[in-house]
Design a binder for this molecule. Sequence first.
Ligand SMILES: [Zn+2]
Ligand SMILES: [Zn+2]
Length: 327
Amino acid sequence: MTASDSVLTPVLGSLYVLQVPIPYPMKTVTVLLDTPRGGPLSMVDCALDTPEARQAIEDGLSALKRHWSDVDRLIITHHHPDHYGLAGVVEERSGANVQMLDVEIGRGERYWHMLKEWLPGHVKHMRDHGMPAEFMQGMSSENPRVHPATRITPLREGQHVQLSGKDWEVLWLPGHADGHLGLWNPEDSVLIAGDAILPRISPNIGLYAYTRPDPLGDYLQTLGKLEALNPARAVVGHHGPVMEGVQARARELRAHHHERLDFMKVEAAKEPRTAFQLSHAMFNRDLNISGRRFALAETLAHLEHLRLLGQLYRTWQEEQEVWVYHA
Ligand SMILES: [Zn+2]
Ligand SMILES: [Zn+2]
């Protein structure tokens, strides 16, 4: 096997990671390839569909002396375009069994099949929270770099899957996405974490029209789970491919969100404001319009978490037709 001196980084036995280029600030997304001796070829996550990503995956497969058509199973950590985009292509070229956590199929994955139908609700949600129309420009009911799979097999929390001839437990790690999946191998203390935890950036925790009502509450619980699990190593979606010190990082991210919650409480107590207005206090810097949409979603996740705890309130303003948050 010459895979170790190629584009592949070994993780555990026959399990390798590939850093696949994506046109986002993170620059790459992690794709895992597993070719156990005589066993099925598995892939975990599959990147956004660009010519560069297709090439990188092809190079990884050929370093393992395999092709697209050899992929038997594709497990996807969550429905975001940088992890899911090529799902339909992989499925079509190989007939691979595409698997995701059951929670992620109904809303997250379904989003790609329902873009046209869901877009008006998505836009209304942001407008109701004060976002002006010009910030909704460029939102489209199509994403040419995402190819949804036609059939998805649901995985359930607590179920076990085999990778590198070993047993991995399926974990539900919600927050960054409702049905974010993790794979946990206690024997070697390795976690396949996707974007549930990242070393250099705080995973975006956003509330959208189609998400669970309290993504930040979900995420704080996920951080508790990761802290208790205390993996020696985690394969992460970006800025990895492998990180150590997950427990300390989970504590750091919890402190970061608690700080933001305190800040939002103080800001909302100053005067009643929309989530969009408050997002400028939380993200007080120059952002492009897609950055401002992320900022709104992240601010809303914090505001709604506080509201569900009974620490903030919101009132519908008939005149402006917007929600305002207040103490
Ligand atoms: Zn993501
Ligand atoms: Zn990602």
